[in-house]
Design a protein around this ligand. Structure first.
Ligand code: GLN
Length: 305
């Protein structure tokens, strides 16, 4: 096992210069390609780590898993999927054109930006303040890390430059699928995307999903089994955006990436995996993270297929 973990890190470092850090959210451009690491947690809470696994980064789209889980726990499956489909897209995560042309009545799935914003608007709470507190508390429940916070600078950076997401939100207001004030939902979505975490945190969330909702460290049930199942399925089909098909073949692990450089993986019945490497490929997925996941999957026979 030790050799496999060492090699996985070497593989990740090798490709970490092969992409570029996200620059469309200016604060993310500060990521250092040398910061590569990962954590793997089994269902008893045993931990296997290498590299910069404690380095914190903003979870970005990985929080789409968290908000979907919370919206499902709050509202149930039927209600949530009245507002969003569960179909993969062959398009980038922030595509406007495909949404309007192909399927304007509701977003394709909860893992692309439009779908995630609608899902976030369904989270229960009086106003933005209570809703963000509930998202932070729920993240703490899943990670076991009591002090979940969001990065104010990254939040403000995205709020200032997030015109594409603003367009998507207002488009959805115009079609009637997004209820309430779009500015409030956008703000909440930007805060949510800026939540800070490390590989250990996301590996723990992965292990909760891998264990059908049982927390690997406390042994407590923190999610309905059904909701863990739904989210793992959607991660498999949509979690790596328009690279989900290729990732399913090369790796076969239900996973969700974020432009902050993290990837959360859940190997049913076995492990949660969290990887980090800030440089991204053209589709917005961490180059090092993909390589590490693929390596671990091959060596430890983790593909679900
Ligand atoms: N906050 C980012 C955005 O909305 C999240 C995208 C991502 O991580 N893929 O553009």
């Amino acid at each position: 096992m030790d050799n496999i973990l060492n090699e996985a890190l070497v593989e990740g470092i090798k490709v970490s210069n092969g992409g570029s850090v996200a620059t469309y959210i200016p604060e993310l451009a500060k990521g250092d390609p040398k910061d590569v690491g990962f954590a793997m947690m089994d269902l008893e809470g045993n931990l296997f780590t290498r590299g910069e696994y404690l380095k914190r980064f903003t979870l970005q789209s990985i929080t789409k898993v968290i908000s979907l889980l919370l919206a499902l726990e709050d509202n149930g499956m039927e209600e949530v999927f009245r507002y969003v489909h569960m179909e993969p897209t062959g398009d980038p995560f922030n595509s406007i054109m495909s949404f309007e042309v192909k399927n304007p009545e509701k977003p394709f799935n909860p893992m692309i930006n439009a779908g995630a914003m609608v899902v976030t608007s369904l989270i229960k709470g009086e106003g933005k303040k209570e809703k963000i507190s509930r998202i932070l508390e729920f993240t703490s429940l899943l990670t076991g890390n009591e002090k979940t916070v969001y990065d104010e600078k990254v939040y403000l950076s995205e709020k200032e430059t997030g015109d594409r997401n603003r367009s998507l939100a207002y488009f959805m207001k115009s079609t009637g699928i997004m209820k309430g004030n779009p500015e409030e939902t956008l703000d909440l979505y930007f805060m949510q995307c800026s939540i800070l975490g490390n590989c250990l945190d996301i590996a723990t969330i992965g292990a909760v999903l891998a264990g059908n909702g049982i927390h690997p460290v406390t042994g407590e049930r923190v999610l309905k089994k059904e909701n863990a199942r739904i989210v793992k399925t959607i991660m498999t089909t949509c979690g790596m955006y328009d690279a989900s098909g290729e990732f399913a073949v090369s790796c076969g692990i239900p996973a969700k990436s974020g432009v902050g450089g993290g990837i959360l993986g859940a190997v049913p019945g076995r492990y949660g995996i969290g990887t980090f490497g800030p440089t991204l490929d053209r589709k917005g997925n961490s180059t090092a993270g993909i390589r590490i996941m693929e390596y671990l999957s091959k060596k430890l026979d983790l593909s679900i297929f």
